[in-house]
Design a protein around this ligand. Structure first.
Ligand code: GUN
Length: 285
């Protein structure tokens, strides 16, 4: 079998077009959505991500402002900045780019962001609402994965979904979302024994571990849908996912590529979240 590629670039274009139309509508009502991104330090990957977010936001008409701070910024200074942004009525969405320098507590900063302006959906209040099955702002990558599954018309009810990785940003929320669609969900991680036992039974396999090409075709169930969240740069400079694409696409029915899979969806869903928060703040949804 040769898997069909789930084209994240194409699907993200569709999402961005939907967002653009919503932004236009909001602007005509005198409500211009605005996203403020905070970047501390000069991590090269973060700089690329932030520039990308900024560019994509502008393309759909979202006002985008990036505040760049030196690596020496103290935790208190960052807390004060976030509080200022919470109080600034012109700002609808706040995103503090991770990772933060070691001397700053990521958890404290995330908890300082107003849940109403939490563009990443990382605030424990919003994660708690997700867990409770309540409507809320959903973390971008998990939301993007669900949108991809919907786009290919995959029915999750009763299926075996296996998530590898238990991060708060991807693994845990995506497992919750899959569960809410009535899949039977198993979360695997670095201490899981006999990983293949789980992956071989997965109708949907989501891999979010950050280890280049760790899952190979031999570990995948025939006909599975494979979602590869990893972005790893190999020594030769080549970008690869957490899944060995060539062998996996021999076995899977659908597969996301790297690059051009989950990555573009994450940015599109950030813009979606910004519009969602803007509407919430104005009592529109
Ligand atoms: N760093 C890598 N991915 C993300 C993300 O989705 N949000 C934030 N804030 N930082 C990140």
């Amino acid at each position: 079998m040769s898997a069909i590629i789930i084209d994240g670039k194409e699907i993200s274009k569709k999402v961005k077009e939907e967002v653009r139309l919503e932004v236009e509508k909001l602007k005509s009502q005198g409500i211009p959505p605005k996203l403020t991104v905070v970047l501390v330090g000069d991590d090269p990957a973060s700089q690329v991500y932030v520039r990308n977010k900024e560019k994509s936001a502008r393309k759909v008409g979202i006002e985008s402002d990036t505040i760049r701070l030196p690596a020496e910024t103290s935790e208190e200074e960052l807390v004060e900045l976030v509080k200022k942004l919470n109080d600034d009525e012109s700002v609808n969405g706040i995103l503090v780019q991770l990772p933060l320098p070691d001397h700053i507590s990521k958890d404290r900063i995330i908890e300082t962001i107003s849940p109403m302006k939490d563009a990443d959906g990382f605030h424990p209040y919003n994660l708690g609402r997700l867990m409770a099955g309540l409507e809320t702002v959903i973390p971008c990558t998990p939301n993007g994965i669900m949108r991809m599954l919907d786009e290919i018309g995959f029915e999750l009810k009763g299926k075996n979904a296996v998530v590898i990785g238990r991060s708060v940003i991807v693994g845990k929320p995506v497992a919750q979302l899959l569960l809410s669609r009535h899949a039977t969900v198993t979360t695997c991680h670095s201490r899981t024994k006999n990983l293949e036992f789980y992956t071989k039974n997965a109708d949907v396999l989501v891999v979010a571990v950050g280890r280049p090409e760790m899952i190979r075709g031999e570990q995948i169930k025939e006909g599975a849908v494979v979602i590869d969240v990893g972005i790893n740069r190999k020594e030769d400079g080549k970008l690869v996912g957490d899944v060995h694409f060539e062998s996996a696409s021999e076995v899977a029915s659908w597969i996301t590529p790297v690059p051009g899979g989950v990555g573009p969806m994450t940015v599109a869903m950030l813009l979606y979240n910004t519009v969602y928060l803007t509407k919430k703040q104005h009592g529109i949804v």
